[in-house]
Write a protein that binds this ligand. Structure first.
Ligand code: HEC
Length: 164
């Protein structure tokens, strides 16, 4: 009889102990995963900007050569990099200023849709001025962006035979 009593009182302890061990092992897994996330490579603000710099340049040569499909592609690449900044650079206060570039980008997108040569050029000037406005506003005014005079690479053709 006594043994039964012992057994009955011991069961709840087993029952409680097992989840405790599970919780501890889960916590260890979470901690090690968190440590891995903390160490995972994440591109910085400047790296996204360097990508945007290349697309800004290509966008110009696509537009002035009326390669509208490429221009559309390049503007979307810029938008993707800006979205990545919004996702990955939340720790940078400058990210809050990103919105200022949305309207200038939309104006270029409209000119591209309309295949409007002069509209494209003037919208591109406004875009470039906005790059600099943000650099000045974020204490990076020494980073001056201009309308490019040369394409970034020699191995890409901007002018298409049949302009589409
Ligand atoms: C949100 C405001 C903002 C906008 C809009 C912006 N930039 Fe920047 N840019 C920055 C900041 C902040 C840095 C410095 C990043 C760092 O800490 O490395 C920077 C850095 C740069 C750099 C230097 C990158 C390097 O490491 O050499 C280039 C090039 C650049 N931006 C190009 C552009 C172009 C082109 C545009 C417009 C199409 C643009 N930026 C729009 C904020 C902005």
């Amino acid at each position: 009889m006594k043994y039964w009593l012992l057994l009955i009182t011991a069961i709840p302890f087993w029952a409680c102990n097992a989840p405790d061990q599970n919780t501890a092992s889960l916590q260890r897994q979470i901690d090690s995963l968190q440590a891995r996330i903390n160490k995972a490579y994440k591109p910085g603000f400047g790296e996204f900007m360097s990508g945007i710099q290349v697309h800004h340049n290509k966008l110009w040569f696509a537009g002035i050569n009326q390669n509208w499909a490429l221009a559309d592609f390049e503007i979307n690449e810029i938008k993707e990099s800006l979205d990545d900044i919004r996702t990955y650079c939340t720790d940078r206060p400058e990210t809050k200023s990103i919105g200022m570039i949305d309207a200038p980008l939309q104006n270029i997108a409209n000119a591209i849709q309309q295949k409007n040569d002069t509209g494209f050029k003037s919208a591109f000037k406004v875009l470039t001025a906005t790059c600099n406005t943000c650099h000045q506003a974020t204490q990076h005014g020494f980073n001056v962006i201009i309308i490019p005079s040369l394409p970034p690479f020699s191995n890409q053709e901007f002018r298409l035979q049949d302009k589409k």
